[in-house]
Design a protein. Structure first.
Length: 244
């Protein structure tokens, strides 16, 4: 495959992730697993740390860029942004006018992801089974939560950003749905429409902190406890069917 074809494919994958992240009940992490880029994404995000910062301070931007798989992250981010823009005119329209068909489509994606991951976990192992059941119970429990009242305090918006972005990294958990539960989904949409810089900056700062911290945790778990982690992810995916 040529370099241009690889970039185009990665842009398309990013667009699919961006589109899925805009739909309450659907996780971009699920799509990343289905597209086969989940491990690479987590590893690249986890590499954004003090070692990378020291490379930048020493005047070695090329090494820093290579260390975080910068080309991959940038291309994926551009695709995700495009997907979010597309979703404003397509996915959200389908969510309003054909929710059953759209739900069926995303349920198919979840089913496909579970099939792709079947070799990553072994439910005959009691520990893996426990993690799988824990994942199912966690998502079902979140789905039963009732939406809270709107809260636009700076500290709460920052915390909401941390929680939402962490959920988006986990297959099966929807960051958009958690924003609804926290009561900040509509305020954030309004902030985007009104270009409310203070609100967007506060929420964005929370997202940045959550992204870097949680990505490192996930990277360590995938390295040290890969089978158990994927058992949990499999449970999260299965449980997400109840939310979708």
């Amino acid at each position: 495959m040529s370099a241009r074809a690889r970039v185009s494919l990665l842009l398309a994958k990013g667009a699919l992730i961006g589109m899925s992240d805009s739909v309450p009940g659907v996780s971009g992490g699920t799509v990343a697993v289905l597209l086969g880029i989940y491990d690479r994404l987590i590893a690249a995000l986890a590499a954004i740390n003090l070692k990378t910062l020291r490379l930048l301070l020493r005047g070695e931007p090329v090494r820093a860029w290579s260390r975080i798989d910068g080309g991959f992250l940038l291309t994926l981010a551009i695709g995700m942004l495009g997907g979010l823009l597309i979703s404003a005119n397509t996915v959200l329209f389908a969510l309003e006018h054909a929710p059953i068909a759209l739900g069926g489509f995303f349920m198919g994606l979840v089913g496909a992801a579970l099939l792709l991951l079947r070799s990553e976990y072994r439910l005959s192992d009691p520990r893996s089974l426990f993690c799988f059941v824990l994942g199912v119970a966690g998502v079902v429990g979140v789905g039963l939560l009732q939406p809270g009242g709107a809260n636009d305090s700076a500290l709460f918006l920052f915390a909401a950003g941390v929680i939402a972005i962490s959920a988006m990294l986990l297959p099966g958990l929807s960051g958009a749905f958690l924003l609804i539960v926290l009561g900040v989904y509509e305020p954030m949409l309004k902030a985007v429409v009104d270009v409310n810089i203070p609100v967007l900056a506060t929420f964005g700062a929370g997202c940045a902190v959550g992204l870097l911290a949680f990505a490192r945790l996930l990277s360590w778990l995938l390295s040290a406890y890969r089978r158990l982690t994927y058992s949990l992810i499999g449970g999260l995916l299965l449980g997400s069917l109840s939310v979708i």
